[in-house]
Write a protein that binds this ligand. Structure first.
Ligand code: PCA
Length: 202
């Protein structure tokens, strides 16, 4: 059976829970489509997160990698199109606030997702779940880990499907955090399951 590395993130900034953590934890060990799911939670730490994701890729030798993150304020599930070679944004959980740092000196300005993002969006909508391709993952941790994983693949000549999906807040988070759009945990989890099913070869 094929192996999928699925990651979520820990809570960060003023989000006391991160819905991607619960989704990754609940899907761990399941078989979805062709894939056995191996889940890990990444730290919101610019200095460590890249290294952590790469070591999970080395350990599991996955056939596909889906990285998940919260985009508080978005109202749809949004597979990301591209990761860019820059760290910028608010402070991380370890006190680091980058201002326009280059992620990899010898890296391209950007790398496109190698996930079937268009098919994911189509299947999500067919399953009644609002979705769109996003053209920017920002320049915070989510972009960072997506860039690091795609840089690694390019460097190693590895063509495994790899990319990032941002999700809206869960109701649980919206209750605690205030006025942001939210989805039920069950719908968010179903959405990610649909995205994993999209990896099946036609
Ligand atoms: N979302 C943040 C980092 C962690 C997370 O879940 C982001 O969009 O960069």
């Amino acid at each position: 059976m094929k192996k999928l590395l699925l990651t979520g993130f820990e809570p960060f900034l003023d989000f006391p829970v991160n819905p991607t953590q619960k989704i990754a934890e609940e899907l761990a060990g399941l078989q979805i489509g062709d894939y056995h799911i191996y889940s890990e939670i990444l730290p919101v730490n610019f200095k460590k997160a890249g290294q952590v994701v790469l070591s999970h890729i080395e350990d599991y030798q996955p056939d596909a990698v889906i990285l998940l993150g919260l985009a508080g304020g978005r109202s749809k599930i949004t597979p990301e199109r591209i990761a860019i070679n820059v760290n910028d944004g608010p402070v991380d959980n370890f006190g680091h606030k980058p201002e326009g740092e280059v992620i990899q000196e010898d890296g391209a300005d950007g790398y496109f997702s190698t996930l079937p993002i268009r098919k994911m969006v189509r299947l999500l909508k067919e399953n009644g779940l609002p979705a769109d391709i996003s053209n920017s993952a920002g320049a915070y941790l989510c972009n960072h880990v997506m860039y690091q994983a795609l840089y690694r693949n390019r460097k190693n000549g590895d063509s495994i499907p790899t990319g990032f999906i941002h999700i809206p807040a869960s109701h649980d988070l919206a209750i605690q955090q205030g006025r942001i759009p939210s989805w039920s945990h069950e719908d968010l989890k179903k959405g990610i399951t649909v995205c994993i099913e999209a990896l099946l070869e036609e």
